[in-house]
Ligand binder design. Structure first.
Ligand code: ZN
Length: 145
């Protein structure tokens, strides 16, 4: 177990025990449910978009540690970003999780997300990490254009 692995594990546990942006949004622009039957992860994503910017994003999640931590980090990564930027972050994160072999380096702002790269050693858990992001993507695609 390397030092990086330890730091990664600490980051994931911190988000798991203290999920950021947990809850719901009354007047959400989009509400999407996500399920990962392989693990039993369930979540509801609320998205509030104002003038093309993600004004608020909240998650109600009942999932494993990886799922909860990934969702928590996701809300922090996209909050206050434009929908266009959020789409880019989603694409970058999915690239990172699905890239075979080499590690993907993220821009400094999203460095924390690299903690989830350790999950790639357990292919079954990749779906746990991706669920919040795929649900967000669906939410963005469901927005009234
Ligand atoms: Zn899971």
């Amino acid at each position: 177990m390397s030092l990086a692995d330890d730091l990664y594990r600490e980051t994931i546990l911190d988000h798991y025990h203290h999920p950021r942006n947990h809850g719901f949004i009354q007047d959400a622009s989009a509400r999407v449910e996500g399920v990962n039957p392989l693990c039993g992860d369930e979540l509801v994503l609320y998205l509030k978009v104002k003038d093309g910017t993600i004004d608020d994003v909240k998650l109600e999640a009942k999932g494993c540690s990886i799922n909860t931590a990934s969702g928590s980090m996701m809300t922090e990564a996209v909050l206050g970003k434009s929908v266009e930027e959020a789409n880019k972050i989603i694409a970058t994160f999915k690239d990172m999780m699905l890239a075979k072999g080499s590690e993907v380096e993220l821009p400094e702002e999203f460095e924390e997300l690299e903690a989830l790269q350790g999950v790639k050693k357990y292919p079954v858990r990749i779906k746990c990490a991706l669920l919040p992001w795929n649900t967000l993507l669906e939410g963005i695609n469901n927005l009234d254009k």
